[in-house]
Design a protein around this ligand. Sequence first.
Ligand SMILES: [Mg+2]
Length: 247
Amino acid sequence: MTTDSNLPGAAPDAIAFDCYRTLVSNDHSDWRKMFGQIIVEQELPFDQDGLWEKWRRYELQFRASRTVLEDPSQSPPFKTYERAWSECFAQVFEDAGVEGDAAAAGKRCVEHLARRPAFPDTVPALQALIGRVKVGVFSNADENSLRPLLKTIGIGFDAIASSESTRVYKPAPAAFNTILTMLGTEPERTWYVGDHLYDDVRGGNDVGLTTVWINRTRERVGPDDAAPAIEISDLRQLPQIIASIPR
Ligand SMILES: [Mg+2]
């Protein structure tokens, strides 16, 4: 939680947000249920949790290898989530000697992310910020997930960019620089709000943004974690913090 003594010196010109688990919920329990639907649709010989866990092992390998932060130019060629997730299903099916439609399953995941519910504080917080600061979103997501999802939130964002549109995943600096350019603001006048200490806080800190960690579940920062400038547990704290910064 931020206190008066560590408030940023100036109110921001713009605030950019992560999307999943920042503006909308994205629980693994929902993913497991969706995997259950894929099993039914494709008549696959897996149980829901078994398919999820096998697939997730490959998915975590993709996440761990997609960005070489020390030298982003050495990162492997960009892959959308739909392609990466389909490849994870293909691996699982191959391992088990199962005939399944990996492409259809990958597409199902992208569609699942287009239908996540906003947190109760999301819309009130965004409404309170719009008109006071520019508001943008950069999400590690495919366009077919992010665009329809943000339409359901019904907020007129000043800028929206995705990993797919930028061909790069956070925490690569290019992700943050893209949204800064689109918002037309400088890093020192921009806040980035996200739930993830590596992708969002580490990445945002690296390009000089004021990072805000939305910590809804009151997790603790570990010794090796990046330190956010501000910590909140509810997005409605953002307009309150801005109002408390002396002009
Ligand atoms: Mg997130």
